[in-house]
Ligand binder design. Sequence first.
Ligand SMILES: N[C@@H](CCC(=O)N[C@@H](CS)C(=O)NCC(=O)O)C(=O)O
Length: 206
Amino acid sequence: MRVIWGRDNSVNVQKVLWCCEELAIEYKRLDAGMNFGVVNTPEYRALNPNGLVPTLDEDGFVLWESNTIVRYLAATHARGGLWPDDPRARAHAEQWMDWQNSTYWPAMRPLFMGLVRTEPAKRDPQALETHRLAVLKLMEILDAHLQSHAYMGGDAFTMGDIPVGCGVWRWMGMPIERPALPNLQRWFDALAKRPAFRKAVMQPLS
Ligand SMILES: N[C@@H](CCC(=O)N[C@@H](CS)C(=O)NCC(=O)O)C(=O)O
């Protein structure tokens, strides 16, 4: 039995759900995190000492860190597909996975939290604009990359698109000014045609 712990509005949980949907593998998702609690119970902490979501439990094989889970599932079920066989192609996919976690999300998180998870009266418009401009610079990096690459890892859709795709949905789904970035838009439109992305990720932000 494959269990994924985590609320389905979490960017990091969505990476894992999207990956499972792409791979057409069965899973059971259990709500945890934020208003669902669970993550501070001793039982959950024994699985994931960070008290964060997602956590994967496959018949006692326990794994946390969303990108690691995506890599594991892709390597187990889609070698030569989502998980490129060629080490260089795989490294390019992984580069963007790491970039999403280390560079993109730290910039996007304050914009997302300040807008989507803060009630209107408590929002700080000046701070939000500073955050928007910081994220825009990263969107321009993506747009420049996608000028000469169909997908994050190269010519084909791979696991490299999953974390960035989940992050970019936050940009596309928020009520903010978005200057035209045609290459990014073309890539996003291609993702939006994927039933797995629509099901797991393209939900109203909350
Ligand atoms: N680096 C971790 C970060 C996990 C993380 O920060 N998860 C958030 C949700 S996106 C969380 O658990 N927040 C606390 C909560 O939901 O209670 C990963 O990629 O899995």
